[in-house]
Design a protein around this ligand. Structure first.
Ligand SMILES: Nc1ncnc2c1ncn2[C@@H]1O[C@H](COP(=O)(O)OP(=O)(O)O)[C@@H](O)[C@H]1O
Ligand SMILES: [Mg+2]
Length: 289
């Protein structure tokens, strides 16, 4: 499978945090959202995120909630009855470093803190896992462990925030190529079960980039919606076209998220998001409700 056993660490390096790696099967772990630490990383906090960011994130959120059937004109409603839910969202991009994790984490925080939406955030990037670092969650069993051992329960592996309906499932105790695992029947079964187990919960998967490996394709097959992050003025257009085309082959429900990491003349400004083209497929079929 190409996965590499990770050597257990003693947990986060930051002092004063009692969290430690856990054995698989231990009770649901919890963590505190550290808003100062999140703000220092430029991430969403209830009052620390710049006004324009909040507005742009809100637009992305609303469009997403609407598409997956959790928000309809006139207000919020439950997921559609019957059949497979549409609550699995994968976040990917063309190359590394374009803001996939940043987008996934901020979207998850904003949905949970601002909308009160229940969110399960999964680190699906076993090569460059970074989700845990936003929440100071230590290494331990996670997503790949669950896929390799279905007897493990997500509720015993995912870390639950004490202040919001947010659970974080880290990448797990093995890192490395995981395309085979992510495209397995077990992965399909995992997402089907996770989707129906809590129909009003959003499952956000932070995936690897499209062009580096095939993991993202495998994950996108299981998702109902894909968010494709484009780093403004940085990602070469031909590369975006190739990656996007291949993504659309496995998942037609792609939305583009423009991540402006660098604001011209803005010095130390944090960038912002803007969804500039919902429905990426040429011709952009209008959204159905
Ligand atoms: N809009 C943004 N504003 C500020 N920093 C950002 C923004 N987008 C990305 N970053 C930073 O850029 C770096 C790479 O982003 P990351 O989300 O880890 O990329 P990826 O997951 O695509 O590899 C991180 O340090 C992240 O904090
Ligand atoms: Mg990442």
């Amino acid at each position: 499978m190409g996965l590499i056993e990770r050597v257990a660490s003693d947990g986060p390096s930051e002092p004063g945090r009692p969290q430690r790696p856990r054995a698989a099967g231990s009770p649901a772990p919890e963590f505190d959202l550290d808003f100062d630490a999140l703000a220092a990383l430029g991430a969403y906090t209830p009052d620390g995120f710049g006004r324009s960011h909040v507005l742009e994130l809100r637009a992305i959120k609303r469009a997403l909630l609407k598409r997956i059937g959790l928000l309809h004109a006139g207000g919020r409603r439950g997921a559609r009855d019957g059949g497979r839910r549409r609550n699995v969202v994968v976040v990917t991009s063309t190359r590394p470093g374009e803001g996939k994790t940043f987008t996934a984490v901020n979207l998850a925080l904003s949905l949970a803190l601002e909308e009160g939406a229940s969110v399960l955030l999964i680190d699906g990037d076993a090569l460059k896992p970074k989700v845990r670092s936003y929440f100071n969650i230590p290494e331990g069993p996670g997503f790949v462990d669950r896929l390799m051992d279905p007897s493990l329960s997500v509720s015993s592996l995912a870390w639950r925030a004490r202040q919001a309906p947010l659970a974080v499932l880290g990448e797990g105790s093995k890192t490395g190529p995981a395309a085979e695992l992510f495209s397995s029947q077990e992965a399909r079964a995992f997402f089907a079960r996770a989707s129906t187990a809590a129909p009003n919960r959003l499952i956000i998967v932070d995936a690897p980039p499209m062009l580096a490996t095939t993991e993202a394709y495998a994950l996108a097959r299981h998702a109902d919606e894909a968010l494709f992050v484009v780093q403004a003025d940085a990602t070469p257009q031909p590369a975006v076209a190739v990656a996007l085309d291949e993504l659309l082959d496995v998942n037609p429900n792609v939305s583009l998220v423009l991540n402006r990491c660098l604001v011209p003349g803005g010095g130390a400004h944090y960038g912002s998001y803007g969804e500039y083209y919902a429905r990426a497929r040429a011709g952009g079929a209008p959204e159905k409700e």
